[in-house]
Design a protein around this ligand. Structure first.
Ligand code: SF4
Ligand code: SF4
Length: 128
């Protein structure tokens, strides 16, 4: 299961995840990590049967843990320019070649928000 993490800048350069992996011996995969001026956010993948214990350890270290986020397209605002599709490097956003409809596959989305920032119509919103 993917977990969405946010953390303050004071924790951004601490080896928190490395220590949790060593302590718990649970293999945690890094999907994405981003650090900005106010802190950081990232997505990690954790075996389903270890989600509770890893969530507890992350929270004890000061990280906020949420279920994975996703994006939502407002079809009333979208002008079908295709910019979001061209930017989505994991193919979470694609166009069906037969119906020409947008297809969003939540499981592929790494929540980079490139599509959100790029949309000229502000048609893509985050789930939280
Ligand atoms: S970038 Fe915005 S307007 Fe363009 S296709 Fe995507 S959602 Fe629609
Ligand atoms: S947030 Fe990133 S990965 Fe998700 S649909 Fe948008 S561009 Fe693709």
């Amino acid at each position: 299961m993917d977990l969405y993490l946010t953390f303050p800048l004071s924790l951004a350069y601490e080896p928190i995840l490395a220590n949790i992996i060593l302590e718990s011996k649970v293999p945690i995969s890094f999907i994405s990590i981003k650090i900005h001026s106010e802190g950081g956010e990232g997505i990690v993948s954790v075996p389903d049967d270890k989600v509770d214990i890893i969530t507890k350890m992350l929270k004890e270290k000061g990280l906020q843990v949420l279920s994975k986020r996703h994006v939502v397209i407002d079809n009333n605002l979208c002008i079908e320019c295709g910019l979001c599709v061209s930017l989505c490097y994991v193919n979470a956003l694609t166009i069906d070649p037969e119906t020409l409809a947008f297809v969003y596959v939540e499981d592929r989305c790494v929540y980079c928000k490139l599509c959100v920032d790029a949309c000229p119509r502000d048609a893509i919103k985050t789930s939280m």
